[in-house]
Design a protein around this ligand. Structure first.
Ligand code: NAD
Length: 458
């Protein structure tokens, strides 16, 4: 087992040298990261195949390509992000200048889950590097081949005293959380998120929590049903539904539910074939435990499509269920697999009320052509982020922040949000020594008080 205390001590010492702070150092680190990812593309794809049976296409689209895109965006914008920003100086402080500078936190921890083992480790790392930090990554033990490749590629381009991966499970993670870190960036489940926050409290370490939950998808009566079904099938069954922002359940207008199911079946068949469990490009469920959990869920509603799996390959066919039991795990827990329950509603208010009474979701999707309804739903409900007439694509752009709210998390990243998440925003007032207004100094009198009232208006 690695000596965690020693690694953190060395990183803190390295950070104190100030080397990670310059623009040139950060750019060089981003370049190195980009180059090693491109060079190691095959090793990354092989590991993803081993852990999750991910296809080469999906590995590039949802992991490698997205990381490279994030690096490019950070490199294009870093100079602008790092520039001190001017603030208005109040008249009472005349003559002075006010400005803000972004200071790196120091040594930060990134803890990642298994579903996108490279993306969810390296995308936040881009922000940590851009902001000038040292960093430790703790990948998930449930994607061991990916964790090993990740550790190897980081050690090829970075010294351990700057950036490294520490492998291990719950105990290693807890030992890391017990250390005096400068920021914790955690992606994972709500229950572990609570443990992370509790541990961080001991050192008052700031946290970013990227959690999960049940993300609803509404298909409203004005929707283009065929298009809606196509985009729902894409977002729901990508990575076999093991996606934090996958539509967890559908809320469909009762009058059109049958037609919607017909289109969903059509698109599943045309994208995944008659038997998706035999499709070599369809990912597997991560572990036998999750396979069993999901197969149990197929009994918690009326299966109208799919409903079967292959225990040997851990693949579960895309499954549609009608009228799920609202008290059963399928509607109480995050599904995180290829099961899509559909709940029908008679009027939209029912759907809104059902979402509003549950914990705030990470994502919300609405399919509707009606602009008034689009505004009413997307602005009226609380959730991390979402799409109108699409699923999951809101996190495809580095120019948009991504994060949860309430039980789905706190803080945000991607692009500039990542840079800000890994920085402390420091505000500074720089006073001239040529003039020194006497108003604020003792002894006080009524003339000074009048002057004070005048100055403090501006
Ligand atoms: P998890 O919470 O079980 O594990 C995440 C990390 O925490 C792992 O590295 C693990 O080793 C560590 N960990 C586990 N138990 C711990 C404990 N008791 N104390 C300290 N550390 C512990 O999550 P998971 O199963 O790997 O991932 C699935 C969850 O992650 C889902 O809920 C999903 O929605 C969520 N997720 C969220 C996002 C997002 O961006 N918001 C992205 C992907 C996944």
């Amino acid at each position: 087992m690695e000596n965690i205390k020693e690694i953190i001590k060395n990183q803190k010492q390295f950070y104190q040298t100030g080397r990670t702070r310059s623009y040139e150092f950060r750019m060089q680190a981003l370049d190195r990261l980009e180059k090693v990812i491109i060079r190691q593309e095959d090793a990354i794809k092989k590991a993803l195949k081993k852990d999750l049976h991910k296809s080469s296409f999906e590995s590039y689209m949802t992991e490698i390509g997205m990381i490279c895109n994030e690096i490019t965006y950070a490199k294009q914008n870093l100079k602008k992000w790092m520039k001190p920003k001017k603030n208005r100086a109040p008249l009472a402080q005349f003559p002075s200048k006010c400005f803000q500078v972004y200071e790196p936190y120091g040594v930060v921890l990134i803890t990642a889950p298994w579903n996108f083992p490279f993306l969810l480790s390296l995308q936040p790392l881009v922000g940590a590097i851009a902001a000038g930090n040292c960093c430790i990554i703790k990948p998930s033990e449930y994607a061991p081949a990916s964790a090993n490749v990740l550790k190897k590629i980081l050690s090829m381009v970075f010294p351990q005293k700057y950036i490294c991966a520490i492998l291990g499970g719950k105990r290693t993670s807890q030992e890391l959380l017990d250390q005096p870190l400068d920021h914790i960036f955690f992606t994972g489940s709500v229950s572990v998120g609570k443990i992370v926050m509790e541990k961080a409290a001991a050192h008052l370490t700031p946290v970013t929590l990227e959690l999960g939950g049940k993300s609803p998808c509404i298909v409203e009566r004005s929707a283009d049903l065929k298009m809606a079904a196509k985009r729902i099938v894409f977002g729901k069954f990508l990575n076999a539904g093991q996606v934090c922002v996958a539509p967890d359940y559908l809320l469909a207008d009762e009058a059109f539910a049958k037609e919607l199911v017909m289109y969903l079946k059509y698109w599943i068949r045309s994208m995944y074939g008659e038997d998706p469990t035999a499709n070599k490009n369809y990912p597997a469920i991560v572990s036998p435990r999750h396979f069993k959990r999901l197969m149990n869920m197929t009994r918690q509603g009326k299966v109208v499509y799919g409903g079967y799996g292959d225990e040997r390959t851990r693949k579960i066919a895309p499954t549609i269920l009608l009228d799920p039991c609202m008290d059963a795990p399928i509607m109480q827990e995050e599904i995180f697999g290829p099961l899509l329950p559909i709940i029908t509603y008679q009027n939209l208010e029912e759907a809104k009320a059902l979402i509003a009474k549950r914990p705030k979701p990470l994502a919300l999707y609405l399919f509707s052509r009606d602009k008034k309804i689009q505004r009413e739903i997307m602005e009226g409900l609380s959730y991390g982020g979402g799409c109108v007439n699409d699923t999951i694509m809101h996190l495809s752009s580095s120019s948009m922040g991504f994060g949860g709210v309430g039980e789905s998390g706190m803080g945000s990243y991607h692009g500039k949000d990542s840079f800000e998440t890994f920085s402390h925003k420091k505000h500074i007032l720089k006073k001239s020594i040529k003039i020194d207004l006497p108003v604020r100094y003792q002894p006080y009198n009524s003339v000074k008080e009048k002057a004070l009232k005048f100055f403090m208006k501006f």
